[in-house]
Design a protein around this ligand. Structure first.
Ligand code: HMG
Ligand code: MG
Length: 298
């Protein structure tokens, strides 16, 4: 019933920090990412090569990329919105580029200042450029269940965007519950359509945990054969251009679940806890993860 192995992508340094008011210094980010690198995780999305005015917390993406210690077996990826971002990201030495757009017209416009139709040619060029440079490319689709501006998004809207990104050459798709509204019946509805079109290996689920539904949605996704999930250490995170978006599902909670179910991840809970406590102390506030809070109290 459950997969033998699940692959977790750590998005804390990118999704986790992009919405934080408190600035983390570049050297703290580097130390934190180096600790995360030792946790057994296979991919870390370490920053964003977006416009620094749009996401000031990640304006040091280039320096972070230059200074982190590359751990063998870890893919270091970053968000890339356009060719300017790709140029900077390649200079900084990314292993993977994550392009991103939204299934909702309004969220797309608020987040990247373009309509959906205007976005395709921009991302097609980025995908082509990144593939030519030999990089892995992930295509994020945001607001796959609900949009903070438009409400319910149909699976057909998601499929339209997913089809275009796959045609453009992305290696895989990460489907985002950007504001954390979905319940498992919505996961059923979307994944039954998506998996008719694409193999499960190409699909990553990206749940935010605004309403505490992420773990239930991960369970339901695994029942559909999904084995890849994005999460952020401690439950950090949120999209600055999606009002009401709380953190990603916490890597610590996901690992507690997977370990309990006997699913292999190759990850070390103690190392993750160390990384979570480090960033928690730098941010000066408790992170939302319950399994982290419990473990830290013992
Ligand atoms: P724009 O203002 O429309 O850009 O922003 P433009 O192409 O018109 O260029 C304007 C100026 O910006 C130019 O400079 C460019 O060179 C410069 P000027 O010639 O005027 O001096 N510029 C850049 N500078 C540095 N790096 C760049 C870059 N691009 C242009 N990459 C843009 C368009 C996409 C850049 C902007 O809207 C942006 O940066 N948006 C990012 C928003 C963002 O990061 N949102 C959060 C991430 S998405 C998310 O969290 C969801 C996800 O987690 C999944 C989920 O949860 O659903 C992935
Ligand atoms: Mg996100």
């Amino acid at each position: 019933r459950w997969p033998d192995f699940v692959q977790v992508k750590e998005v804390g340094p990118r999704d986790g920090l992009q919405n934080e008011k408190k600035r983390i210094s570049t050297s703290d980010k580097v130390q934190w990412i180096n600790t995360l690198s030792e946790s057994g995780v296979k991919e870390i999305e370490y920053s964003s090569f977006v416009h620094p005015k749009w996401v000031p917390a990640l304006s040091d993406a280039h320096e972070v990329g230059k200074r982190i210690k590359r751990h063998p077996g870890v893919r270091y990826s970053a968000l890339v919105p356009n060719m300017k971002g790709l140029e900077l990201a390649l200079e900084a030495g990314i292993d993977g580029a994550s392009v991103f757009m939204s299934a909702s017209e309004t969220h797309n416009k608020k987040n990247i200042n373009k309509s959906i139709d205007e976005t395709y040619p921009v991302l097609e060029e980025v995908i082509k450029g990144a593939k030519k440079a030999g990089k892995h490319v992930t295509g994020y689709v945001s607001t796959v269940f609900d949009c903070p501006y438009e409400g319910r998004i149909s699976p057909q809207q998601v499929l339209k965007v997913a089809d275009r990104l796959i045609e453009a050459g992305v290696d895989d798709l990460s489907l985002g519950d950007t504001i954390g509204t979905a319940v498992p019946s919505q996961v059923d509805q979307l994944l039954s359509e998506i998996l008719e079109r694409f193999p499960s290996e190409k699909i990553i689920m990206h749940f935010h945990d605004t309403r505490g539904m992420a773990i239930a949605n991960i369970m339901r996704s695994m029942e559909h054969g999904i084995t890849r999930f994005d999460s952020a250490i401690g439950g950090l995170g949120g999209c600055p251009y999606a009002p009401g978006a709380a953190g990603n599902v916490a890597t610590n909670d996901v690992l507690y679940l997977l370990n309990g179910l006997g699913i292999k991840t190759g990850m070390d809970e103690t190392k993750l806890q160390e990384a979570a406590l480090f960033i928690q102390s730098k941010l000066g506030k408790s992170l939302p993860s319950k399994s982290l809070a419990y473990a830290a109290s013992q």
